[in-house]
Design a protein around this ligand. Structure first.
Ligand SMILES: *Cc1c(COP(=O)(O)O)cnc(C)c1O
Length: 373
């Protein structure tokens, strides 16, 4: 158990259940949550998270790769598993073996899937302006011709919004334009008797769903499901009671008294202006704590918020605990999570490191045991 860990991650499954219910309440009748459990469920542990979701009655999941999908099958996940990303033709057997639904990433890829020679379930990706994956919404005849490929069992059609988290008028307009393009393609494909499910929104498409007008069969929620926003937003925090599933904690190894003018850490990048107490904490960038937090981040120790000093190391970092009373070796330092009345959210840590919480969470290292609390 975590009492003996140098560093660990705590998972609050009650918060996961709460976030599921909250997101479901934001979706219109008939729209099912299709959680994104890619990248090891954003670092939380795909088997544990998907297992819990399955117990809650969730039947559809999306992952980034066929390998991730196969791993979920190995963990006993039974519903539809959609592979959002590219699968090499040599790996198509993996799709078949594990009954995974592959994204048709463009027209030519549809031909490769057909050439596999056996029927495969697929969702067709439509590029409505992000220019990442999907056949262009404008190439209607190419899209239509995918239905003539007999071995493609097309069960869904989807697109991805690239400015749904934006607050400027321009970003909102772009999101609406993407939706109009998507609906236009969907409408054309449906005439002619083609039937399929549709999906468009990720987390921010759900949270900002009032800006959309269509109704869809699924919503692919990722980051919000884990109780985080990508970036801090007082407005969204107020509007939605998302509860963080993950905390990251580490143990203090030892404490040093550092005199005025002395430095600490690599490059002696930090120097004490007066006598300070410095704690070495057993977590570093190899565990996913970004080196960009050097001299910028904070942690919670004994109910106090204390600064990261000097450079974050591979396996350790230093905190200035002068202001925290009674700190001892063996104490916990909270990098993400709560301590007494204080809290550090993943999006706040991410902002300090110049990134988004999605990156922070999904890169939390394999070295951290995941402990359900
Ligand atoms: C990762 C991903 C999602 C989930 O995104 P969040 O913003 O984390 O909710 C949805 N759709 C696609 C295509 C994705 O790649």
């Amino acid at each position: 158990m975590y009492e003996t860990c140098r560093a660990w991650m705590e998972l609050n499954m009650e918060h996961l259940r709460h976030n599921v219910r909250l997101l479901q309440s934001l979706l219109p009748q008939g729209c099912a949550l299709m959680p994104a459990v890619k990248a090891n469920a954003y670092g939380h542990g795909a088997a544990a998270v998907a297992g819990e979701l399955q117990r809650l009655g969730i039947e559809d999941y999306c992952v980034a790769s066929a390998e991730e999908g196969a791993a979920l099958r190995g963990a006993g996940i039974r519903g539809q598993i959609l592979v959002l990303g590219y699968t090499h033709p040599w790996e198509f057997a993996l799709l078949e073996e594990h009954d995974l639904t592959q994204t048709v990433v463009d027209y030519d890829y549809g031909r490769e899937l057909e050439a596999y020679g056996k029927e495969l379930p697929v969702h067709v990706g439509i590029d409505t302006g992000m220019h990442r994956l999907g056949e262009s919404w404008e190439n209607l005849s190419r899209l239509e011709s995918l239905w003539e490929r007999r071995r493609l069992r097309i069960t869904g059609v989807y697109s991805h919004l690239c400015t749904s988290d934006g607050e400027t008028e321009e970003e909102r307009d772009w999101m609406r334009l993407q939706e109009r393009r998507f609906l236009k393609a969907v409408q054309s494909l449906r005439t002619g008797g083609r039937t399929f499910s549709t999906h468009l929104q990720g987390s921010y498409g759900i949270l900002n769903g009032k800006r959309l007008c269509g109704s869809y069969d699924y919503a692919r929620a990722g980051i919000a499901l884990y109780g985080a926003l990508s970036a801090p937003s007082a407005e969204l925090r107020r509007r939605y009671d998302l509860r963080p599933v993950a905390s990251v904690k580490a143990r203090i190894a030892c404490i040093r008294e550092v005199g005025a003018g002395e430095g600490a850490g690599y490059g002696l990048a930090w120097r004490a202006d007066c006598a300070r107490r410095i704690a070495a904490v057993s977590v570093g960038y190899a565990d996913g704590i970004p080196r960009a937090l050097s001299g910028a981040g904070r942690a919670l120790v004994r109910g106090r918020s204390v600064p990261v000093v000097g450079r974050v190391c591979m396996d350790q970092l230093l905190l200035d605990v002068t202001e925290a009373e009674g700190v001892r070796p063996g104490d916990e330092a909270v990098l993400i999570g709560r301590d007494k009345g204080l809290e550090i959210r993943a999006e706040e840590l991410a902002a300090q490191a110049g990134t988004i919480s999605n990156e922070i969470l999904s890169r939390l290292g394999a070295r951290l045991p995941r402990v359900e609390v």
